[in-house]
Ligand binder design. Structure first.
Ligand code: TYD
Length: 135
């Protein structure tokens, strides 16, 4: 089941009194990265996500600030908290995701395994539950 495959990923970093540096490079992620996007200027109380992906795997990183990632695989539910620029959360496919409780000034970076393709989204929760329960 998808939720059991979710895990935190330590991003290698170089600490320096002048400011820390973290890096992500090919072969250090569970999938080759095809796309990068980020959420910023998220207003207080907003919820992002509200969908699942059939094809796309992701790594989510709180580049600044903090937020919660609530996940449901059709059988179980779990919420993960992200608050460090050197910790990623790996999400396989077929997880209903909601991102919420953004702190002020949060930036949410997402590394994705596919190009943007609306046809691989499931945006209807009932449809998602139907598909996961028939697996
Ligand atoms: P969506 O994936 O629903 O955002 P989130 O999950 O963060 O709440 O995308 C919101 C809008 O942005 C939607 O119209 C699709 C568009 N979009 C792109 O054009 N390219 C992208 O890479 C992404 C992630 C979204």
């Amino acid at each position: 089941m998808s939720l059991s495959r979710v895990r935190y990923i330590d991003i290698p970093r170089v600490e320096d009194p002048r400011g820390n540096l973290a890096y992500i490079q090919d072969h250090s992620t569970p999938f080759p990265i095809k796309r990068v996007y980020y959420l910023y200027d998220v207003p207080g109380g907003a919820t992002r996500g509200g969908h699942a992906h059939v094809e796309c795997e992701s790594i989510i990183i709180a580049l600044n600030g903090s937020f919660d990632v609530s996940l449901q695989d059709g059988h179980n539910h779990k919420t993960f908290h992200l608050n460090r620029a050197f910790t990623g959360l790996y999400l396989p496919t077929m997880l209903w995701r909601e991102l919420e409780n953004f702190s002020s000034g949060s930036v949410c970076l997402v590394l994705a395994s596919t190009l943007y393709d609306e046809s691989e989204y499931i945006r209807d929760y009932e449809e998602f539950i139907k598909q996961t329960r028939s697996e």
